[in-house]
Design a binder for this molecule. Structure first.
Ligand code: F6R
Length: 614
């Protein structure tokens, strides 16, 4: 949510900042801006509403020289997306410029106090309040920029990742974080700063992730220094990035989303690599095996997540209850954090998050920690906040997900949940050895089955043309396929802006069936499983009301074809792994419908990739 880039070194900063903003545009794309200090020590801010390309056009005729700068791409929280509210923001004297991710919760109180001191404001943002506060502190205490930032941040309530530069001080960037990620890249005589590592990886693999309430003093020709608000120096933990630049490119696909859909056979191989023994007979999930006692004695598992990750959590609930016989509750992290939940020390809380930065999920983790529960993270972004806040966990290892609509992260999360359930089930003796081995074999076959469903792309592209102008969609599934129906509906609404709802198929007759007429497309997941017969009855109820049914069935099933308007055949897979395969045609259908409607599938309106504000 919002992207931050910074550079100080020997090269012109502007091209590096612009390239970095393009890489981060998936985090927010309402407006964009840069601040640079040129050779005459002048501080210039250039910013505009719109995307990074709009900023480039705007800056074409302007001075973009200088070897130090900060830049931002915004997802609006305070104030509508326009030129005034775009970052960077100047301080009153225009001596300072700031970029900021997050929310300053007490901005209104601070603003009133500053107004009384004669400060005036050009924007509606909380960020401008912060830069004015830093200037006020600096003027009153006659201190340097770093001290002013340290003192000002002690007055601030909220979440932030910030970077500040100062006119006449072309050798220094001050950056700080609390509950919003920030990473410094260390190059040769140069430093990079960003809200995640994607803009940094093409220049250096050496990075330092800032911790909460740390301030980075990034000074030209000096070693990086990290201090806390009391100016106590902190040790530098330099990490090596494993990401490669090719993972951040589209690789010949027209969109990241399509690339990420097609990557799934490989990302599942990466996800299970090293976690199934070479004989293919055992799952070795070290995050569980290193804490066996916790899993052996757990009374309950609570899964917390948001959005697509919450849908993966619902599948996890089925898997864990089926294979481990431990009661599971799945909670929206945003609800969990505010409803005084009962969490006990013998509970295990599983936090699922692609980005590892979702503010609500992180807050839920903190509540679980305070209650003494053991916390397990299932995340994608290595080194992000949630894995660092948990007791143990498993990365999904699907590589950077750039498309705003989550695809390969969802199947990675479900794969880890399947391995987790198998590992716990074996530990607790709740799974028959034969079923255990059969599921491991099936899991290894998933990438091949995914390739088969990817071969349905022409059929799905054709089908999409029939339904492009529908105004509503209903997605139905039961059992393991109910969360897939929710996920299919979410994908469609996110990127095509068509209203879509997912329901457990049997719930239709309790209300939603009133919506059915000959204009209502119904996507019914009716693969051969323990609830197949029941799902068929539900499809008949829809057909009796003239609904238009697209049925997803298991290969070779001809019965459903007789009642459905369109049939998509999916390879046979054990029912508890079926979500891994059946979700892919739904991702593709949403993609093609959105393309037919000329939507920006990688950056749909109003959304951002990583929701670091609550
Ligand atoms: C949907 C989507 C969102 C995220 C949600 C949680 O396509 O991307 O619903 O799943 O914002 O994000 P993470 O998984 O990063 O916590």
């Amino acid at each position: 949510m919002c992207g931050i880039v910074g550079y100080i070194g020997k090269r012109p900063a502007y091209p590096i900042l612009i390239k970095g903003l393009h890489r981060l545009e998936y985090r927010g794309y309402d407006s964009a801006g840069v601040a640079l200090i040129n050779d005459q020590n002048e501080l210039t801010v250039l910013k505009t509403k719109g995307k990074v390309a709009d900023l480039e056009r705007y800056a074409e005729s302007k001075d973009t020289s200088g070897t130090i700068g900060i830049a931002h791409t915004r997802w609006a929280t305070h104030g509508e997306p326009n030129d005034r509210n775009a970052h960077p923001h100047y301080s009153q004297s225009k001596n300072l410029a700031i970029i900021h991710n997050g929310i300053i919760e007490n901005y209104a109180v601070l603003k009133t106090a500053l107004q009384k001191e004669g400060f005036t404001f050009q924007s509606d943002t909380d960020t401008e309040v912060l830069v004015q506060l830093i200037e006020y502190v600096q003027q009153n205490n006659h201190c340097d920029l770093c001290q002013a930032v340290q003192l000002a941040l002690q007055e601030v309530i909220g979440a932030y990742a910030i970077a500040v530069i100062e006119r006449g001080n072309p050798d220094l960037i001050i950056a700080a974080r609390k509950s919003s990620p920030l990473v410094v890249g260390i190059g040769e005589d140069e430093f990079f700063l960003a809200s995640d590592a994607t803009p940094i990886v093409e220049y250096t693999h050496e990075v330092v992730y800032l911790e909460d309430e740390e301030v980075a003093i990034i000074e030209r020709n000096k070693p990086l220094k990290i201090v806390n608000f009391k100016n106590v120096e902190k040790p530098l933990h330099i990490k090596t990035l494993e990401m490669s630049i090719s993972q951040l490119e589209k690789g010949g696909y027209p969109h990241f989303m399509l690339k990420e859909i097609y990557e799934q056979p490989r990302t599942i191989i990466d996800c299970i690599r090293g976690r199934i023994n070479p004989e293919g007979t055992d799952v070795i999930l070290s995050g569980v095996l290193d804490h066996q006692e916790k899993f052996l004695h757990a009374n309950r598992i609570i899964i917390v997540a948001c959005g697509t990750s919450w849908h993966a959590g619902l599948i996890g609930e089925h898997l864990i209850e089926d294979l481990c016989r431990i009661p599971v509750e799945v909670e929206y992290a945003s609800e969990f954090r505010y409803r005084h939940p009962i969490v006990r020390p013998d509970d295990i809380v599983i936090a699922i998050s692609q980005s590892g930065e979702t503010a609500d999920t992180l807050a839920a983790v903190e509540i679980a920690r305070k209650a003494g529960a053991f916390i397990y993270g299932i995340c994608n972004v290595i080194g992000s906040s949630i894995p660092r806040a948990t007791d143990s966990g498993s990365y999904i290892h699907v590589g950077p997900e750039i498309g705003v609509a989550s695809t390969k992260a969802f199947t990675g999360q479900v794969t880890v949940l399947a391995m987790l359930a198998l590992t716990i089930g074996k530990l607790r003796g709740s799974i028959e050895p034969e079923r255990y081995h059969q599921l491991i074999r099936q899991l290894q076959l998933i990438p091949q089955k995914m390739k088969t469903v990817l071969g349905l792309s022409d059929q799905l592209a054709d089908l999409s043309k029939i339904f492009t102008y529908a105004h509503n969609f209903i997605y139905l599934g039961r059992g393991y396929n109910y969360p897939v129906a929710l996920e299919g509906a979410l994908k469609l609404k996110e990127i095509s802006y068509i209203h879509a709802e997912g329901y457990p198929a049997a719930e239709m007759k309790h209300g939603p069936i009133a919506l059915i007429d000959n204009e209502m497309p119904v996507i019914a997941i009716a693969t051969t499983d323990s609830v197949y017969e029941k799902t068929i009855s539900n499809i008949q109820e829809i057909k009796a009301r003239h609904g238009r049914v697209v049925a997803l069935v298991t290969e070779g099933n001809h019965d459903v074809a007789a009642m459905a308007d369109h049939v998509i055949e999916i390879p046979q897979v054990d029912e508890c792994l079926m979500p891994l395969v059946v979700s892919i045609p739904l991702q593709m259908l949403a993609y093609y419908i959105a393309i037919n409607k000329n939507r920006n599938v990688d950056q749909p309106r109003n959304l951002a990739k990583s929701v670091t504000v609550e």
